[in-house]
Design a protein around this ligand. Structure first.
Ligand code: NIG
Ligand code: FE
Length: 414
């Protein structure tokens, strides 16, 4: 099937000739390649061709007029925990009354709260609760997403989560990467025997995960009150033996050493980074690890934002992701992530859009097929309502400016 879109106001993040294979960094982040007054041809699930309206080919089966609308590549959300059971709005209320996220976690709430709920529900129920979240973010413009385990914290629970993620892959046209986050918290039963839990991960969980090919990456919450640098290193090395590259939670609650241990172990990304300084920036500069900021979490927990200007001035790339999860960010809305990045991290709209497209794809090793509008890539993009400039997308933070979503060449409906 051929779908021809005509009179597109602007194609954003368009690539004409040699396709980019690496992240957008530093001062290059403010450039966003565009083509104005354009057409685009989709054939099956692929972007077949595009060009200026002066070269309009008029050869599609279905012709869509996109007058005034802008076309963006779908968002690539490289960090979520969107498979979970139940919700935690009571903790949200407790936080409005002055309790901190750390206090709630120390009292057995937080991740452990989600873990007990998850261990109670059967796989089918977990799918039933998680699939609508995937659908929701797809209609909000996300076309590729990473999903973590980490609310099981038992052999059965972690495997259940990862098997659910594997099934979700077949139930949605979106691209999904799975990350094993058994080291999300120390379960209550192992409070006095941390190494016992780490051994459970290494000796019992990892072999099955590898055998059933349930994960693409391994994650560890390397932070104060969670896993130490030494424990993180032990877990990353064990994951590497099964071919799992790291994507880790680092420096959210403290200057944890997470960035350095991630870089040292070849992490694809280190995520959060609310508490980083010059040492972390230097470590990242000499690496291929993608620094990923999660401004939705800073907003929802009322904590610092990752120092984007400092990172960009140093020449680093930045990726932005949602962190969609029931505790610290119950939202996968990437347009709002853009708003926060601009307002709270001082990023230009162009920089923020690079961070959620090219750099999001790099952080999931998906740039070959996603992240830009290029011939031969997957037809994952969205049309906006008419915009007067690119800044309108982060500016109208309460509106939905996304008009039509295409995933794998198919227009998606609610
Ligand atoms: O990325 N920081 C660790 N994990 C999640 C939160 C998990 C939760 O509170 O359920 C995060 O913020
Ligand atoms: Fe997270």
């Amino acid at each position: 099937m051929k779908i021809l879109l005509k009179d597109i106001h602007t194609i954003v993040q368009v690539e004409e000739d040699t396709l980019r294979t690496t992240a957008v960094k530093g001062s290059d982040m403010k450039y966003l390649p565009r083509m104005e007054n354009a057409w685009l041809l989709v054939e099956d699930d692929i972007i077949k061709d595009f060009g200026p309206m002066s070269t309009y080919p008029d050869n599609g089966n279905i012709i869509i007029s996109a007058e005034g609308k802008w076309l963006f590549p779908s968002f690539c959300d490289s960090h979520t925990h969107l498979v979970y059971a139940g919700s935690r709005e009571q903790e949200f209320v407790a936080r409005t009354q002055g309790k901190s996220y750390e206090q709630i976690a120390a009292e057995g709430g937080g991740i452990l709260n989600s873990a007990s709920r998850l261990n109670e529900v059967p796989e089918a129920e977990l799918i039933k609760q998680s699939l609508p979240r995937l659908k929701e973010i797809m209609m909000q413009g996300t076309g590729a997403v990473e999903i973590k385990s980490g609310y099981g914290l038992t052999l059965e629970g972690e495997l259940k989560m990862l098997r659910v993620i594997k099934k979700l892959k077949r139930m949605t046209p979106m691209a999904i990467k799975a990350t094993f986050l058994g080291a999300h918290a120390i379960p209550k039963e192992y409070k006095e025997n941390r190494q016992g839990y780490i051994d459970l991960i290494i000796k019992q969980m990892l072999p099955v995960i590898a055998e059933e090919k349930l994960a693409d990456y391994i994650d560890v919450f390397c932070d104060e009150g969670f896993f130490t640098v030494e424990e993180t290193e032990q877990l990353l090395k064990a994951g590497a033996q099964y071919g799992l590259k790291p994507k880790i939670h680092a420096n959210e609650l403290a200057v944890s050493g997470g960035v350095q241990v991630g870089v040292k172990n070849g992490a694809v990304s280190v995520d959060h980074l609310e508490r980083i300084g010059t040492d972390e920036i230097m470590a990242l500069l000499n690496s291929n690890t993608m620094p990923t900021a999660l401004p939705g979490t800073s907003f929802f927990l009322g904590i610092d934002y990752a120092p984007a200007r400092q990172m960009i001035s140093a020449g680093l790339p930045i990726c932005l992701a949602s962190d969609y999860n029931p505790g610290s960010t119950p939202s996968g809305k990437m347009a709002f992530v853009l708003t926060l990045a601009c307002l709270k991290m001082g990023m230009l709209p162009e920089e923020a859009i690079n961070a959620v497209t090219v750099n999001g794809a790099v952080a999931m090793e998906l740039l070959e097929d996603y992240g830009t509008i290029a011939r031969g890539k997957k037809a994952n993009f969205f049309l906006t309502k008419p915009l007067s400039s690119i800044a309108m997308l982060p500016y109208y933070y309460g509106s939905n400016l996304i008009d039509t979503v295409f995933v794998n060449g198919q227009a998606q409906n609610e």
